[in-house]
Design a protein around this ligand. Structure first.
Ligand code: SF4
Length: 367
């Protein structure tokens, strides 16, 4: 059913008023993931869900993690939150404010979840309980981590609904989830997620089920919350277009590995991995420099099984630049520096850069 776009309410708070939780943010990265590897034993073999992934999220930064389903992006976020099943074999380190939280007790992780690190899920309808009023559900999220009296909780519920731009928050707090539109439910869930001023918000496909207008509004809410709380955001999506106007840096994942990482400008204007180029080529229209170039790099086929990964570079069966037989189906490319803090895992990143320079020259010569 088509959603009716709602107008967002302006946010009247001053920067810092909702405060973040002030729990001593470090000078260094807020989150540092080092060599994270996650495997699941199955009857068919070992699922290599996440393979040696390392990245950082800095204070007040938005990191977009992009990839198709099965790329390992959601498993990465679940590993950070300690939400993977016991059967998962996890190695590496997840440092949150300098402390390794991987393998911590469930009690410690529960304290962390919802207070310092909060998750925004894709399906707001499933995350909200249909039999309780929205205001009551937000109040419960507050009371899990904060000792406030009834009036303070009520005030905070209204404040949170205002922050996420829900009009008439006092009336809306008394309504049930089914009385909200899809976009409003998503914002109510965001209100629950930020109830305890988390330092890090992990948003897993927060806009996938929403139409384009509501998507834009939800992303706008996320951005405005970040401006006011100085929180960091990890935005997980299959859609590179979603991160365009929101993320500071982007990590592109494929078949459990990171294949490219850089600033949003580097990924959009100087991609150094054919998979990132293919994702860009599939976007409706951005600043694409050459239609011929983008046609050449459109990705066909399906992502590989993470049980039986192709030899060499896992992308080679779909890669328009693959040297096969040759290095691409024999040698797995390492993630290496290809620019200023710009990383790519491709044997032919430099050739790709040359192609792009030629394509850009052709475009400029035509115009
Ligand atoms: Fe394509 Fe080869 Fe680069 Fe892999 S290493 S992305 S197959 S060119």
């Amino acid at each position: 059913m088509a959603q009716t776009p709602e107008m967002l309410e302006p946010i009247d708070l001053e920067p810092g008023e909702t405060g973040g939780n002030g729990r001593g943010r470090p000078d260094g990265p807020l989150l540092e993931v080092r060599n994270l590897t996650v495997e699941f034993p199955t009857d068919d073999g070992i699922v290599h869900a996440v393979d040696d992934v390392s990245f950082t999220v800095n204070p007040n930064e938005t990191l977009g993690i992009v990839g198709e389903s099965g790329s390992g992006k959601s498993v990465t976020s679940m590993a950070i939150l300690g939400l993977l099943p016991k059967s998962a074999k996890i190695s590496g380190e997840v440092l949150f404010r300098g402390e390794n939280i991987l393998g911590q007790s469930e009690k410690n992780l529960q304290k962390l979840r919802g207070s310092s690190i909060a998750m925004i899920f894709q399906d707001a309808l499933a995350a909200l309980n249909p039999v309780f009023k929205v205001g009551k559900q937000i109040a419960e999220a507050i009371l899990v981590h904060q000792d406030l009296n009834d009036k303070e909780v009520d005030d905070r519920v209204i404040e949170l609904l205002e922050i996420v731009g829900i009009p008439n928050p006092r009336d809306r707090a008394e309504q049930y989830p089914h009385e909200y539109s899809g976009g409003m439910r998503q914002r109510a869930m965001i209100a629950m997620s930020i109830a305890n001023d988390p330092d890090l918000l992990i948003a897993d496909e927060p806009t996938t089920a929403l139409d384009v207008t509501i998507q834009a509004q939800v992303l706008d809410v996320l951005e405005r919350i970040q401006d006011r709380t100085s929180s960091s955001v990890m935005l997980i999506t299959h859609d590179l277009g979603v991160v365009a106007g929101v993320a500071d840096r982007v990590l592109v994942m494929y078949a459990g590995r990171q294949v490219e990482m850089g600033t949003v400008d580097q990924i959009f204007y100087e991609p150094r991995h054919p998979y990132a180029v293919g994702l860009l080529a599939s976007l409706p229209r951005l600043d694409r420099r050459s239609d011929k170039h983008s046609r050449l790099h459109r990705i066909t086929g399906q992502p590989p099984s993470v049980v039986f990964l192709p030899p060499g570079c896992a992308f080679h069966p779909r890669c328009p630049m693959a040297e096969v037989p040759g290095i691409c189906d024999h040698e797995r490319p390492d993630l290496r520096l290809v620019g200023d803090d710009h990383w790519a895992a491709c044997h032919f990143s430099e050739r790709l850069a040359e192609e792009q320079a030629v394509a850009l020259g052709e475009t400029e010569a035509r115009s």
